[in-house]
Design a protein around this ligand. Structure first.
Ligand SMILES: [Zn+2]
Length: 323
């Protein structure tokens, strides 16, 4: 009996030591004594942000969960490879604004991963034109177009001023989680914000010619660029790849272009151009291919380069119009 009790006690002791060990390991991980911090970002814009903030810091590794060519992650589904990547992460950086719905349930289950929501506390634009579409659909026959997109427009990184806030939020989060490297994160933050500031100033001066212009966009993301440039989005055509546009909606867009005398259609590489081309053919509007900055290479300046290209395209578009 006594022997059995001793045996039982020692098993319990071993068990508790075992779990103590595990807790301790987790605890050590959370302090991050500079021994390998793995930051995983949800998709490309967050990856570029993190590459800049964690640049040149020994032992801090940034990985992108999705491929750099994945694009917007509206209908993304996690792969087993993604799950492996996530399981090695101590920090996950999200854009927020419901862009990462595909990760929500998984992150809830991953204990010990610290999540930084880069757009925490931000007010989002809503996809007003979506409502508009839905109303129409309810009047007409049922359409396959209605799926579970919410009305929150999460593409905040396309407004440089908002993107700068995201950079600050990410840096604040990393400094809290990894205080040992705070000085370096802050230095990188300052450097990156300085570059973004000059981009912001460029956009501000562009606003003089873009302000008040009415535009049609082929991806919700450009609503944020429009916001920064004082442009008014008359219609956001929802071409997210999986649903073809109905003839009715195309006719409606053509009507709106004529009614508002719209000169610009902003479309982008990742989606088909055929719809824009059709609309272009039927109206006086010109389609311009812009960059949502959701794909690219490993160049940490790719956001800045992409945005500069967008600025050039806009300058050209408005120069053509004023001729
Ligand atoms: Zn998108």
């Amino acid at each position: 009996m006594k022997r059995k009790l001793i045996y039982l006690l020692s098993v319990m002791l071993l068990l508790s030591l075992g779990s103590y060990g595990a807790i301790k390991i987790n605890g050590e991980n959370k302090q991050y004594k500079g021994e390998g911090l793995t930051i995983v970002t949800s998709f490309y814009p967050m990856y570029i942000a993190a590459l800049n903030i964690a640049d040149g810091i020994d032992g801090v590794q940034v990985m992108n969960l999705t491929e750099n060519q994945t694009g917007c992650v509206h209908d993304y589904q996690l792969t087993t490879k993604d799950m492996r990547t996530l399981s090695g992460a101590q920090v996950v950086i999200l854009n927020g604004g419901e862009m990462e719905e595909f990760m929500e349930s998984v992150l809830d289950q991953q204990e010990g991963i610290q999540v930084i929501d880069s757009s925490a506390g931000m007010e989002f634009l809503t996809g007003s034109t979506h409502e508009h579409n839905h109303e129409e659909e309810s009047n007409q026959q049922e359409s396959s177009h209605v799926h579970n997109h919410s009305d929150i427009n999460g593409h905040v990184w396309l407004n440089v001023e908002r993107y700068m806030k995201q950079i600050q939020t990410i840096t604040d989060g990393l400094c809290k989680i990894d205080p040992l490297h705070e000085g370096m994160y802050r230095k990188n933050e300052e450097k990156y914000l300085e570059k973004l500031e000059s981009l912001k100033i460029e956009l501000e001066s562009l606003k003089e010619i873009t302000s008040g212009a009415e535009i049609i966009i082929f991806h919700d993301s450009f609503a944020y660029l429009a916001e920064e440039l004082g442009m008014e989005v008359v219609h956001a055509v929802n071409t997210d790849g999986e649903t073809a546009l109905s003839a009715g909606e195309i006719a409606e867009v053509v009507e709106e272009i004529k009614l508002h005398d719209i000169s610009f259609l902003f479309t982008e590489e990742q989606y088909e151009h055929t719809i824009a081309e059709r609309i272009e053919a039927e109206t006086n509007a010109t389609a311009y291919v812009m960059d949502s900055l959701v794909t690219g290479g490993l160049d940490k300046n790719s956001y800045i380069k992409g945005m500069k290209k967008n600025i050039e395209i806009l300058k050209e578009a408005f120069a053509v119009k004023s001729k």
